[in-house]
Ligand binder design. Structure first.
Ligand SMILES: [Zn+2]
Length: 261
């Protein structure tokens, strides 16, 4: 006898001010998988200079009727700027597959943003699907949210964010959060996009450590792919410099973080 599909852990619901969103149907603990989903289609990473229309047009044409209805039912945040149709929908909903590829998904694209999200999207190359995991405990009735883009609050003003952090009355706490997020962005620039002369491993470790401390403070010790990336990077530096002890430590920290992803 075929095993019945388990009931989804979420339901789609209208969220005031945000369109549709995912609401938890049950209590979930940190690290649980909420969803694994195939993309509607994939395409090369979006750059402003690329001929998006020529790339996306055939992809949309190849969708079946139901998939096309799903795609055009997704939110287009760029229609206010005159970008209508599939281009605006793509720009609003694209999620990263890898450093060369983006994708649009039927359900992930409905997951709203929070600067203090309780879930995380990532691509699982083993099953060739996008996955959504909890990064905090979630109670039934809570909205399931992910963080778009970088650490900047409200995803750098690309939309009005209604998350608990952006709507708090604690102005002093918000100012501290903004400073931390700014420092995190600067540190990430210095770690990932350094194009100066070679640096001493100690200097890079110090930057990774500072970033780790800020992330743990800002996100209440919630593991995330961004934190796992810091650990992985530190482990790579240690390995490249034959520092077995520190390498082992960094890898353990990375495994600890990724265990929740
Ligand atoms: Zn926010």
């Amino acid at each position: 006898m075929a095993t019945p599909n388990p009931a989804p852990m979420y339901q789609l619901q209208q969220i005031p001010g945000e369109g549709r969103g995912l609401i938890a149907r049950r209590n979930m603990t940190r690290g649980q998988r909420i969803l694994a989903e195939s993309p509607l289609f994939t395409f090369p990473n979006i750059e402003d200079t690329m001929p998006i229309r020529q790339i996306i047009g055939p992809k949309v044409q190849a969708l079946n009727g139901e998939q096309r209805r799903t795609f055009f039912g997704l939110f287009n945040n760029f229609r206010y700027f005159g970008t209508t149709g599939s281009i605006g929908t793509i720009k609003t909903n694209a999620l990263r597959v890898d450093h060369e590829t983006d994708a649009v998904f039927p359900t992930f694209s409905l997951t709203n943003h929070s600067c203090l999200s309780n879930a995380s999207y990532s691509w699982d190359g083993n099953i060739m699907k996008g996955t959504l995991h909890t990064i905090r405990d979630i109670s039934a009735g809570d909205e399931i949210t992910i963080a778009y883009g970088d650490h900047r609050r409200g995803s750098a003003g690309r939309f009005v964010c209604l998350c608990p952090l952006c709507t708090t009355d604690n102005r002093a706490g918000l100012a501290r959060s903004d400073r931390r997020r700014e420092e995190m962005s600067i540190l990430e620039e210095q770690i990932w996009r350094w194009d100066g002369p070679p640096r001493e491993p100690e200097d890079v470790f110090r930057l990774c450590h500072d970033l780790q401390v800020l992330m743990l403070e800002e996100y209440s010790s919630t593991p995330s792919p961004a934190l796992a990336e810091v650990y992985e990077f530190a482990a790579g530096i240690a390995a490249a410099n034959s520092d077995a002890g520190r390498d082992c430590c960094a890898i353990k920290m990375g495994v600890f973080s990724e265990a929740y992803l």
